[in-house]
Each structure stands twice: as C-alpha cells, then as structure tokens.
Design a protein around this ligand. Sequence first.
Ligand code: FE
Length: 134
Amino acid sequence: MADDQVTKTEDEWRENLTPEQYQVLRKAGTEPAFTGKFWDCHDDGMYKCAGCGAPLFSSQTKFESGTGWPSFTEPAVADAVELREDSSHGMVRTEVVCRRCGGHLGHVFPDGPGPTGQRYCINSCSLDLDPDAA
Ligand code: FE
C-alpha cells in the first residue's frame, strides 16, 4: 500500500461525507444525471477527490458529453485513478476509483473525443473544484 493512502472506518467516512457522497464514494452509487453541481460547470481549476482531496481531473480536459455528469478525457495524473472491471447491473464497465482513498468516482468509456478517445464519466458529488489549482 502506498504511503499516501487514505484509509478510514465506515463510521469515519459517514461522518466526513454527506449521505449522497457516502452512497457514491463508498457504495459505488450513481447520482441522478443533470442533478450534480459540476455537469454544467465551466470554471477553471482542478477537480479533487471529495473523499481525500487528491487532484484527479483538470478543467482543461472537461468536455460537453450531454450525459448530465461531468466528463473528462483523461485524469490529471495517470496514477491518480485506478481502473477496475465492474460487471454489476448486467453490464461490463470499467470503474474509476480514486487511488488514494479507494473512493468510487464513476466509469470510463471508450467513446470520448480527441486523442485519448476516452470519456471519464464522473459523479459531481465525488468531486470538489479547487479554482486556484490548474
Ligand atoms: Fe480520494
């Protein structure tokens, strides 16, 4: 386990997160489309993990996906996230997890724009926007 790993008990997570954040980050839930605070956000900055503060996605890689969730073409740093195969809900998808705290962020799909061709489809409530970092 890496030195900067963040581990907390279920009770600690529950205390530190809103009920919706807990459901998404710790229970792999999904916020309803078009309800989160970032799907239509165009501010500059660094999107950080709402669970542990790790820098995850730059606003420079954010694009309009039309899905109702904030969407990015790539992580800010390659090892900021971990990808896991997810076969829940009768689908095979690739889950995107915060490497530092293991929090569920969303999924990545191979239908994104630009050179990466990736669409990181991330829950707003898993993120905090830091406008002073880019
Ligand atoms: Fe995290």
